[in-house]
Ligand binder design. Structure first.
Ligand SMILES: *[C@@H]1O[C@H](CO)[C@@H](O)[C@H](O)[C@H]1NC(C)=O
Ligand SMILES: *[C@@H]1O[C@H](CO)[C@@H](O)[C@H](O)[C@H]1NC(C)=O
Ligand SMILES: *[C@@H]1O[C@H](CO)[C@@H](O)[C@H](O)[C@H]1NC(C)=O
Ligand SMILES: *[C@@H]1O[C@H](CO)[C@@H](O)[C@H](O)[C@H]1NC(C)=O
Ligand SMILES: *[C@@H]1O[C@H](CO)[C@@H](O)[C@H](O)[C@H]1NC(C)=O
Ligand SMILES: *[C@@H]1O[C@H](CO)[C@@H](O)[C@H](O)[C@H]1NC(C)=O
Ligand SMILES: *[C@@H]1O[C@H](CO)[C@@H](O)[C@H](O)[C@H]1NC(C)=O
Length: 474
């Protein structure tokens, strides 16, 4: 059991901030944003999409398309590679939900630039911290592009469905699976990486989710079989609490994964719910998957929404405890839960009111910065807290708010595509080029080594203060 630091209670922390710093705006500040009608929601989302794009330098000359400024290990900015992929997905949904195609060209460029030489989202630049979850987030954004009928790339470029299949194929490959802990994927891909000995929920949840979605999209049972096996493994090692359906972070192979780190990050539970809903749909509403959907959902509403808005349990309310990674989790929770209502419609009556309430709280605190509309991360308090408090430039906070507001339009969207109704070209053999080896990856550079050393130091510090260090380089 991991004990969380008892630094200060959330309300005391906020009171201290209010009393001692100017980082919190006046309690009477009013957000310029409104979300009562569809037109207001679209307008608000448009402003938030604009503000988030200010954090992205990838379409400026000399910059790298697809990524947010980073990685922190190289002192290039606050964000790891995966978060760029998550941001691409947020805009793929933004377009699907609002119809605003202003950013589609930027997103297509970023999605294609980061595929790596084998078109499977393993670019050599990021080998030194390549986790299955990092690759998985890019793969899920490619899958989303196929499901949402996001405009297809030119025919001579990689295609959305094939990219998602490529990620899945590399992760299904025997070299990513071993007998330790009775199965499951490790966190990191290259054996030399820090964290290779950790088998965590998010890496497996990404693989599970991709499999469930590929099964529903292509009607190919092989994907469903792997997804079912992965869920069963998470259940058997009790990363999913067998009684209360809490979802924990992971464990180490040296301990046969019995040293479960019980930090509950919201994205772990939300992604398992999302994948389960796709399995539920693919199995024509089976009792097995309905039970998993309903129990995971009840657990999520109980643990993450009881304060009236999405709440990041392991870190929220403790000053500086939320890392740049964690500050983006609320956005995925909102996007994934709203998609669950499309493939498992019986969940709508529980999910939609909770997301609405949370989005209202999110908007209320968007009163910051010179524009008076910047968003922070602390939604349930209803007061803007400058992202500087968590030592970030605010991309995660902006992405979370954009996702929460745009997802309010989920009921107005068409059904997700499948291989009869969609246009994206697939290729079940995609991803086989990297199979059986992680050899093609680039040699470790001095920069990578320095990065790894810094990460080690951070990890040691974090383990001492004992909160979920595993998500550090997610
Ligand atoms: C980058 O994209 C944004 C949003 O579309 C646009 O406003 C900006 O002009 C672009 N910058 C460059 C250099 O293309
Ligand atoms: C890899 O890094 C180099 C150097 O920073 C950069 O020029 C290149 O665009 C990067 N490649 C990708 C695919 O991001
Ligand atoms: C390791 O864990 C797996 C999965 O929980 C279990 O099936 C296996 O028996 C365990 N092995 C040992 C040696 O305890
Ligand atoms: C959809 O996928 C199934 C199973 O893989 C295949 O039999 C079918 O031909 C595909 N349909 C289209 C339109 O691609
Ligand atoms: C779902 O139902 C359809 C239509 O009856 C059937 O063709 C398909 O095989 C079923 N899928 C599963 C996974 O049972
Ligand atoms: C599967 O999803 C479709 C929409 O994509 C929905 O109409 C259908 O009701 C879902 N199936 C079940 C069993 O809920
Ligand atoms: C189904 O997916 C598996 C795994 O990628 C692949 O080996 C197989 O060829 C696919 N089947 C069809 C009919 O596409």
């Amino acid at each position: 059991m991991v004990s969380l630091p008892s630094l200060m209670s959330p309300s005391r922390w906020l009171a201290t901030l209010l009393a001692t710093t100017s980082l919190v705006s006046s309690a009477t500040a009013q957000s310029p944003y409104k979300i009562d009608t569809d037109a207001e929601i679209k307008n608000t989302a448009r402003g938030m999409a604009y503000d988030l794009m200010l954090q992205y330098k990838g379409n400026q000359s000399g910059e790298i398309p697809g990524i947010l400024p980073g990685p922190p290990t190289e002192h290039k900015g606050d964000y790891y590679w995966w978060e760029g992929g998550a941001m691409m997905g947020t805009y793929i949904d933004y377009w699907f939900l609002t119809g605003d195609d202003s950013y589609n060209h930027v997103i297509t460029e970023g999605m294609l630039h980061q595929t790596g030489p084998n078109q499977d989202y393993m670019p050599p630049n990021h080998t030194a911290s390549l986790g299955n979850d990092d690759q998985g987030f890019w793969g899920m954004s490619a899958m989303l592009a196929a499901e949402n009928r996001f405009p297809d790339p030119p025919p001579d470029q990689a295609q959305w469905l094939a990219l998602a299949q490529a990620v899945w194929v590399t992760q299904a490959s025997p070299d990513r699976h071993d007998g330790t802990c009775g199965g499951g994927l490790r966190w990191q891909v290259p054996p030399t990486n820090m964290g290779y000995n950790y088998k965590n929920t998010i890496a497996n949840a990404c693989f599970f989710d991709l499999g469930a979605r590929l099964a529903r999209y292509t009607f190919n049972q092989t994907y469903a079989d792997y997804a079912a096996e992965t869920f069963q493994w998470l259940w058997d090692v009790q990363y999913i609490d067998n009684k209360e359906w809490k979802v924990y972070d992971g464990g180490h192979v040296e301990k046969n994964c019995t040293d479960v780190n019980k930090a509950q990050f919201s994205y772990n539970a939300a992604l398992l719910l999302h994948g389960s809903a796709f399995m539920y749909n693919y199995t024509n509403g089976s009792a097995l998957w309905k039970n998993r959907v309903d129990n995971l959902l009840d657990g999520i509403l109980r643990d993450f929404f009881s304060k009236g808005a999405a709440f990041e349990l392991p870190c929220e309310g403790r000053q500086g405890a939320c890392t740049a990674d964690m500050l983006s989790f609320k956005g995925y929770v909102h996007r994934w839960l709203s998609t669950v209502t499309k493939v498992a419609p019986h969940t709508s009556s529980k999910i939609l009111p909770a997301l609405r309430k949370s989005a209202e709280a999110a908007v209320k605190q968007c009163t910051g910065g010179e524009t008076g509309r910047r968003c922070g991360f602390y939604w349930s308090e209803g007061v803007y807290v400058d992202p500087a408090v968590d030592k970030t430039s605010g991309a995660g906070e902006a992405m979370s708010a954009l996702a929460a507001i745009s997802s309010l339009l989920i009921e107005k969207t068409p059904d997700l595509a499948n291989n009869h109704t969609g246009t994206s070209k697939g290729n079940p053999l995609a991803g086989t080029k990297s199979r059986g080896s992680v050899e093609p990856l680039a040699p470790i550079t001095t920069g990578d080594r320095a990065g790894a050393a810094i990460l080690t130091i951070l990890l040691i510090g974090a383990v001492v203060s004992t909160w979920g260090w595993m998500s550090f380089a997610d």
